[in-house]
Design a protein around this ligand. Sequence first.
Ligand code: ADP
Ligand code: MG
Length: 299
Amino acid sequence: MALITISGYPCSGKTRRAHQIKAALERRLEDPSYAGPQLKVVIVSDDTLNISRDAYKDSRSEKPARGALFTAMQRAMGQDTILIVDAMNYIKGFRYQMYCAAREQRLRVCTVYVVATQDLVKEWNISRTDGKPYVQETLDNLLMRFEEPSSMVRWDSPLITVPWLDEDIPADDIWKAVTEGNVKPPNAGTQAVPKAPTDALRALEATTTAMVAAIMAEQAASGGLGGPVTLSLPDDVKTSVALPARSITLSELQRTKRQFVAVNKKAITLGTTEKGALDWSEGSIAQKFAAYIEENIRP
Ligand code: ADP
Ligand code: MG
């Protein structure tokens, strides 16, 4: 039915808010005046999956943790469920991936941004009552890497922000988003979606690989000045991309590429895509990957 993605700093009160949301939704679902379908409210979190705080120590151990969260989330999503994903969800690309997964299942979505200042979360980390604090260094690191949700991008909206001073959550807004919000355009099932060409997967891999190489070459040539550049790819494909004014590392680019490929691979194999975007030509893939890089590579 719906996916509620929580996002926020470590120790910002996400779990506390998740339980407030769950309780508020259950109250409404049990109210005699509620005439909608029977729904259950489920929370998936690091704690429910037994993922230790140590997993966030470095990106190598974080990856499988994020994978486990994504798998659990996909398993728990459904038409009879309001799913709350209580985790930091601090990577834009990851939120995008969850959004795509929710859309495939035709769920309503909303993002709840739990806000507290960095000073407060450091304080609360020390005084946590569940005995599961983050190591100071990990906490600092996460605060630095955090990619704030934005109401301007479709995968974070509607965005509901809950500041630390608020005693309660804006239950009406959340209820509205999960029961009345737009279900994004229908996909397979109700509409005949043309299957992507069988070589779309190959084009996806080859084009993104070529772009990673072209960006690395461009950076080596310019010394990482950034700004808009035109990349020449095989088969006379050209695409422009705005690069940040710093050297992007190869591993950073490859990570971004893998995220992009994973998301789109799914779309290709399921035959579901963004509205109107059924074009898996090299040029179109290059354009999409360029946009994805601009949105997901830190400035
Ligand atoms: P998270 O899930 O983001 O790690 P928790 O909900 O587990 O955060 O809260 C972490 C700690 O911070 C808890 O000990 C909690 O009591 C405290 N805390 C959370 N939100 C607030 C708040 N708004 N005001 C005061 N203390 C808070
Ligand atoms: Mg928590």
